[in-house]
Design a protein around this ligand. Structure first.
Ligand code: ME8
Length: 521
């Protein structure tokens, strides 16, 4: 881990919609990265929030019989509640209707205008009102918006434009010089493809007469700011002037997570805006793939939206988080289905991890009065498991560094399965009959340590259940301590369990989820 400072962001979500699995995925991914970096002692800041201006929001508010402000307050609270249930450890939650954000947006707009980076012109084009977006005749499909499929209308109006075209060559050079700027590689290529065509200027205003729910342009109160120009600046406005212990400040962001749907705004508009404003660029824009549901796109009209709170209440926040992180390869698309979620929890968590912990706890309880045994000597199998565990640490760190979360999890689960195999081979339940507790002390101490280490490596993914497991293994004093509190970097090394330390055995850590097909007959 070279970077000792880690500032991670999620997109700020539109408050026209309920939080769903897609929002949950990006936010859990950011949480896993933030927790991992904190665990490594990196000075970490994690920002999420809500995008509250624009036409979509006005319409959603009206549908619900609310004014826009009231609607935004209700929906921002719903996002916050979802993140609480999902054990998200964000340091800040920004709303674009907050004064701290609006002030920064207006100041940057005023500076850009003074410097000639923004000019007024007449725009003629085809306009999609719900998307607040202009299209050219060749973009539209049978008179409809190519994005949302709703009719576009011809519109000619005066507006303000940001001289984005100026920055095309510079942006191409930046992408060439910084291969890690846009990740994964396929998305970088997509942006480079987009930049083969001449880059136009960006219309950054909307007449207030048509849309008043926005940030007024400081140099012309007849207009409000285009929602994307406003929204993107949240990443900077949230941390401007904010203290960062031992650092000059939080900006620039280290890792900005998005999905592929908002690649152009983040990989083209955003860097050019920052450049024009004289601000540094984020280190990485990381675009992950798309979740579908049972093979179909999720949408309100199809009625197949996956609600994270319902999933967490039914299967546990930790199990849901585990599934999201294990079953999507960052960058590729993935399909969600409840049977797949249940199968994953039952096999990896209930069978492999939960059973392993239970077996070890039960034997330490029965033969060592709930104290970690002290081995007198280790054999080749014990040394072999310790060696595999040490290698797992390196593999997990390497995978996490490259945001291959599914692989970091898989390496850890491989260690868990190795502990189970080791127990099968050593069969301490038989050995104890012949040799007494002394004969199984090394086996149980080694297995307990290996499972403790595996659990520690999973803390960023499952802070709740891993906290419970570490409580049972006597490492912490409260089972819920890791949800909001810090974890100890020393836990990520082999040898954390001390002989004689007390354990607190419990029931199944991940109760098996029974389904209709499990019931015989
Ligand atoms: O675009 N699969 O907000 P938004 C994976 N306000 N991720 C998904 C997803 C899915 N099916 N659906 C949504 C906006 N996401 C703007 C952003 S940022 C300055 C402004 C996630 O509410 C993913 O992170 O439409 C995607 O980029 C984001 O939600 C879009 O959220």
């Amino acid at each position: 881990m070279s970077e000792r400072r880690f500032y991670v962001t999620t997109p700020i979500y539109y408050v026209n919609d309920e939080p769903h699995i897609g929002h949950a995925y990006t936010t859990v991914l950011a949480d896993v990265l933030a927790r991992f970096h904190r665990l490594h002692g990196d000075t970490t800041h994690f920002l999420t929030g809500t995008d509250e201006h624009g036409q979509k929001i006005v319409e959603a508010a009206a549908e619900n019989g609310h004014g826009p402000r009231e609607h935004c307050d209700l929906m921002a609270a719903r996002f916050r509640e979802t993140w609480r249930v999902l054990q998200i450890s964000h340091d800040d939650f920004i709303r674009t209707t907050e004064l701290r954000h609006e002030t920064v947006v207006q100041r940057i707009l005023a500076q850009l205008y003074e410097r000639g980076e923004i000019y007024q012109d007449t725009y003629e084009g085809l306009y999609c009102v719900p998307d607040e977006r202009f299209w050219t005749a060749k973009d539209v499909v049978d008179g409809n918006c190519p994005d949302c499929g709703r009719p576009v209308v011809p519109l000619s109006e005066k507006n303000y434009f940001f001289r984005m075209s100026r920055y095309q060559e510079w942006l191409l050079q930046h992408i060439a010089d910084n291969p890690g700027f846009i990740q994964p590689h396929s998305r970088r290529n997509e942006v480079l493809g987009f930049l083969k065509k001449p880059l136009g200027d960006l219309c950054i205003s909307r007449p207030a007469a048509r849309l008043s729910w926005g940030i007024p342009l400081p140099f012309d109160p007849e207009y409000v700011t285009y929602v994307w120009f406003d929204a993107l600046l949240n990443y900077y406005s949230a941390v401007e002037g904010m203290e960062a212990p031992g650092l000059d400040g939080w900006w620039p962001a280290t890792c900005q997570l998005i999905a592929k749907d908002i690649l152009t705004t983040h990989a083209v508009y955003w860097p050019t805006m920052l450049r024009a404003a004289g601000l540094e660029l984020p280190t990485t824009i990381l675009a992950h793939g798309w979740w579908t549901h049972a093979g179909r796109k999720m949408s309100k009209s199809l009625g197949n939206v996956v609600h994270p709170i319902r999933m967490s209440e039914t299967y546990g926040a930790d199990g849901f988080r585990f599934f999201l992180m294990r079953d999507m390869v960052v960058g590729l698309d993935s399909d969600f289905s409840e049977p797949a979620l249940i199968a994953r929890i039952n096999s990896d968590l209930a069978n492999d991890l939960g059973n392993c912990l239970n077996r070890v706890e039960r034997m330490i309880h029965a033969h060592f009065a709930d104290r970690i045994p002290a081995p007198s000597s280790l054999d080749a199998a014990d040394e072999g498991l310790a060696q595999q565990a040490r290698l797992t640490i390196d593999k997990v760190f390497a995978a996490m560094d490259e945001v291959r979360i599914h692989q970091a999890i898989e390496e850890t689960m491989e260690l868990v399965r190795a502990v189970n195999r080791y127990l099968e081979v050593k069969a301490p339940w038989k050995a104890v009959k012949d040799g007494g507790p002394e004969a199984i002390a090394a086996t149980l101490a080694t297995a307990a340590e290996a499972i403790r280490l595996a659990v520690s490596l999973l803390i960023p993914v499952m802070p709740g259940k891993c906290g419970e497991a570490l409580y049972r293994l006597g490492m912490i004093d409260a089972p819920e301590a890791l949800v909001a509190g810090p974890a100890d970097p020393a836990w990520l090394r082999w040898g954390g369990l001390r002989p004689g330390a007390p354990i607190r055995p419990g029931g199944p850590l991940f109760p098996r989820i029974e389904t209709a097909t499990d019931t015989p007959g």
